[in-house]
Write a protein that binds this ligand. Structure first.
Ligand code: ZN
Ligand code: ZN
Length: 269
């Protein structure tokens, strides 16, 4: 399950997870998410999902865990026992806590939950994140018409995920897309999408041999990178999650060159 290994098997599993999440999302009652759009909070970079009310259905949660367990077990049969323990451990209170902690990217909580319950370290957070996404995607779909701009450095305006993917539209406009919640918003083509730097000396393009429709925008100020994919020629546009998965090799190229999907604030002095 380590992301450093991009095997065909890994990509196939990820693709099946994305498809499963799409099914889950369509099964949600659209009224179970009630976003509260606060302009001042959005301008300060607070993600919309942080202020959304979500009615959370424990039976659905447990059903999804069963679905994801079934899928993972096809690839790693030994996982079945762990997924059964996860199901047994999740009462309503714990399930709610998982959602809250997954929202907050609280790796420490999930790591200690795994340790305390003798589970593989990656399982609790992976499961929580997987079942959270349909709610994030539903939130994004509901507020998309109100999302035009992001705040540099704050990640996705809907879910807070660090920026890493953009698509070109129209005359070459750069539109950022979030692979986690599917929200999209505009950014200046020449600017670094992490720190907003638009100095052409320090915002550069890494071109990839043999890939005319894909490039990596890099920034020497914050060391952030953004994959910029020209999907204008595509007949069928992939979802941001699929496009992100299909271009995962670009993340490796960027990371090998020392760039990150979350830029750094430059230390002065
Ligand atoms: Zn997002
Ligand atoms: Zn930057």
């Amino acid at each position: 399950m380590k992301k450093s290994v991009v095997s065909k098997e890994y990509q196939k599993l990820q693709k099946e997870i994305i498809e499963l999440q799409e099914q889950w999302r369509t099964s949600l009652d659209p009224d179970c998410v009630r976003p509260n759009l606060d302009k001042a909070a959005m301008e300060a970079g607070v993600p919309v999902t942080a202020l959304a009310a979500i009615d959370f259905d424990i039976s659905l949660f447990l059903q999804w865990i069963e679905d994801i367990g079934g899928l993972l077990s096809k690839y790693q049969p030994e996982i079945e026992t762990s997924m059964q323990s996860v199901k047994n451990l999740l009462d309503e209170e714990t399930a709610k806590r998982w959602i809250d902690e997954a929202f907050a990217f609280n790796y420490i909580y999930f790591k200690s939950f795994a340790e305390e319950n003798d589970l593989d370290g990656w399982i609790p957070q992976f499961v929580a994140e997987t079942v959270l996404r349909p709610y994030l995607q539903l939130t994004a779909a509901k507020v998309q018409d109100e999302i035009h701009q992001g705040v540099h450095g704050a990640g996705c305006p809907v879910c807070g995920e660090p920026v890493r993917l953009a698509q070109l539209e129209g005359e070459g406009k750069k539109v950022l897309h979030c692979p986690r919640c599917s929200a999209h918003w505009n950014d200046r083509r020449v600017a670094c999408s992490h720190c907003g730097n638009n100095d052409h000396e320090t915002v550069k393009i890494l071109t990839i041999e043999g890939e005319s429709a894909a490039q990596i925008q890099i920034c020497e100020e914050c060391k952030g990178y953004t994959k910029v994919i020209d999907t204008r020629q595509y007949i069928v546009k992939p979802t941001p999650a699929m496009l992100d998965l299909n271009t995962i090799h670009l993340d490796f190229v960027a990371q090998e060159h020392g760039y990150k999907s979350a830029g750094e604030t430059k230390q002065t002095n």
